[in-house]
Design a protein. Structure first.
Length: 369
């Protein structure tokens, strides 16, 4: 009896541990963290801190692409409420300022040598993801965007255009350079342009988690209704690169920036704070940093929705809030996004990419500006 009793216990214990094992392996995948491949060669061979941090927190592993050492990446954090003089864009190259007041490069034509900078970055052989959306009638902009991108955007680099669209049959066939491709990602149609614009943060987050995390080192978010007119090269690459909005880059006092000013919104910035006003039509950086930022914009807009508020310029407002306290490591001049609506002033020596003139009422699902 005693022997039978022990045997039963042993069997029960064994069954218990086997079930635990099975349960663990079943749920392990659902808990597995997002892993990112960081750019692969670092000039000083230091260990990549973000990756180390991620490994510690989440048990993340390097992808196959990153056999070599990664870059050291430093965060540029700032606490809220700090008072300081507004930085200027007017001194430097003689007619402009080529550095921010946190010592990040402010990139203008004439502040870099394209041959040198391309050579440095090509050595790292980064894979660049370009995330664009063409929902509804916006598919009409795809052809010119990609065709001109092939002429001017990171020529000679590995680039994948991730085209999110509800009209896959309207994605044009365009001849692509070596190492470049198009991936189409289906997304639902929308009744309001505001929903497409904000929805980009949700869909981009999902695409990064599902696909891009294994396929890219850098990621750019771009508006599709634009064309490249000139070189947009490796000088644009950094951990977090943001573009100055052409409408507010010169002599606009920070209290006049179109930041979200209602304290009820997560994007709220008080009148006495602010560096620059950045556009959300072009922004980019390391995949891990961009993932964090895209997801932040998504989550903050979700919070706003719960509180029955929509930030004044949708994801652009959240982007500006984030970049005020998490400084970009490169600030790109408005050469990196101009507009065909506007005259080109003397300090913009080159227009690299420009937003097209469009009939808002005709092209947007709910019309209007
Ligand atoms: N977009 C889209 N379909 C829409 C509205 C917007 O695909 O119905 C995408 C598209 O990529 C576009 C971007 O969202 O470039 C930003 O929208 P829009 O150009 O209308 O904003 P604007 O910059 O003119 O304020």
């Amino acid at each position: 009896m005693q022997r039978n009793f022990s045997k039963t216990h042993v069997l029960l214990a064994a069954a218990f541990f086997v079930s635990l094992g099975l349960l663990y392996s079943y749920f392990r995948d659902s808990f597995s963290p997002i892993s990112f491949c960081q750019p692969c060669i670092q000039p000083d061979n230091d260990f990549n801190e973000l990756e180390k941090e991620m490994e510690q927190i989440k048990g993340i592993k390097h992808s196959e692409h990153c056999k070599k050492d990664s870059w050291k990446i430093g965060e540029l954090l700032m606490q809220s409420g700090l008072k300081y003089a507004q930085p200027s864009t007017q001194t430097g190259r003689t007619d402009i300022n080529a550095v921010t007041n946190w010592n990040a490069p402010l990139v203008w034509e004439g502040t870099f040598d394209p041959v040198v900078i391309d050579a440095i970055y090509k050595k790292m052989d980064p894979r660049v993801a370009v995330v664009v959306f063409a929902v509804g009638k916006y598919t009409r902009f795809l052809k010119a965007f990609i065709e001109t991108g092939e002429k001017f955007f990171l020529v000679g680099f590995n680039v994948t255009y991730y085209i999110h669209t509800d009209r896959e049959n309207e994605v044009p066939k365009v001849a692509l350079g070596k190492g470049r491709k198009i991936t189409t990602v289906p997304v639902p149609s929308a009744n309001r342009w505001q929903d497409v614009v904000l929805g980009r943060m949700k869909w981009a987050t999902l695409t990064i988690e599902k696909t891009i995390r294994n396929e890219a080192d850098y990621l750019f978010m771009m508006d599709i209704d634009s064309v490249f007119y000139s070189r947009f090269g490796a000088e644009s690459l950094s951990r977090l690169s943001a573009v100055l909005h052409r409408g507010y880059y010169k002599n606009t006092p920070r209290e006049k920036f179109p930041y979200e000013r209602r304290p009820e919104s997560k994007a709220y910035i008080p009148a006495e704070e602010g560096d620059y006003y950045y556009t959300a039509a072009v922004w980019g950086g390391y995949l891990g940093d961009m993932y964090k930022l895209v997801k932040y914009c998504y989550e903050m807009s979700e919070e706003d929705t719960k509180n029955k508020i929509e930030a004044v310029w949708q994801e652009e407002s959240h982007l500006n809030k984030y970049l005020l306290y998490n400084k970009p490591t490169k600030v790109l001049s408005p050469e990196y996004l101009w507009s065909d609506y506007d005259k080109v002033p003397a300090d913009i020596k080159v227009v690299r990419i420009s937003q097209l003139v469009k009939n808002y009422a005709e092209v947007r699902p709910n019309g209007g500006n």
